[in-house]
Unconditional design. Structure first.
Length: 243
């Protein structure tokens, strides 16, 4: 069917540019060969689902390219965008290691390719290379720290400061920086998704955008954002950086 993910020739695990940034960097050549021989790579179009909330994991995904969003549904069926994952990041590992169901759905937000490593291969790797398990443990700890930081931001920072912080994250990932300190971004998310990520409403987001434009912090045109001064943007959420 046209809307099904397409199997593609994935990257060679031995030469993959993203591997050194992943948990798999501790694997030896023979262990990499296990993944290389058994993995499956799929291409996803924007809006396609990699896995659904409540599904049982059969393995772990490693993102080769693109951007994946994690979405969680509430009791009324509304979805909230929780997190963004991109090249080199591992997807679905917590549910796999906990032997539990996925607690969120994964959706391609732009054309993306992910490699899938099945359960028997991962179990064999974990049994023979304890360093891989330690890398996943460190990843869990980092994710928990990031979650705590997000809660702190939502409690202590204004909507405007939280939005400025999110924009700066996009600048660092996707921005085109100029020598004069300005930047331009093509936003990868809708305003509704950005509002959910910073814990506010689309209406509050619209008011914040208008005020930031009035104050000269950023100019918005559709999904394109012009930021005259990245320093001024940082000052919105961390004014002590440039003191």
């Amino acid at each position: 069917m046209a809307n099904q993910p397409l199997f593609v020739a994935g990257p060679n695990c031995f030469t993959c540019q993203a591997r050194e940034r992943t948990e798999w960097c501790v694997l030896q050549d023979a262990e990499l060969r296990l993944i290389e021989d058994g993995k499956k790579s799929r291409r996803y179009l924007p809006g396609e689902t990699i896995f659904r909330e409540g599904d049982t994991p059969d393995g772990i995904f490693c993102i080769e390219s693109g951007m994946i969003g994690l979405r969680k549904s509430d009791a009324e069926g509304n979805t909230v965008l929780l997190n963004l994952l991109s090249e080199g990041e591992t997807l679905g590992y917590r549910a796999f290691l906990a032997d539990s169901e996925y607690d969120a759905s994964a959706e391609a937000l732009e054309p993306s390719t992910a490699c899938f490593v099945d359960r028997p291969t991962i179990r064999r790797l974990l049994e023979h290379n304890p360093a891989l398990g330690l890398r996943f443990l460190k990843r869990v700890a980092k994710d928990l720290g990031d979650a705590d930081e997000k809660i702190l931001h939502n409690v202590s920072l204004s909507v405007r400061a939280r939005f400025a912080h999110l924009l700066m994250v996009f600048v660092e990932r996707y921005g085109k920086l100029a020598d004069n300190g300005s930047s331009s971004i093509d936003l990868p998310l809708s305003r509704q998704d950005m509002a959910s990520m910073i814990g506010t409403t689309p209406e509050s987001m619209s008011r914040t955008i208008k005020k930031m434009e009035t104050d000269g912090i950023a100019r918005f045109s559709g999904r394109t954002v012009q930021i005259p001064s990245c320093r001024n943007l940082v000052n919105e959420f961390d004014p002590e950086v440039f003191v």
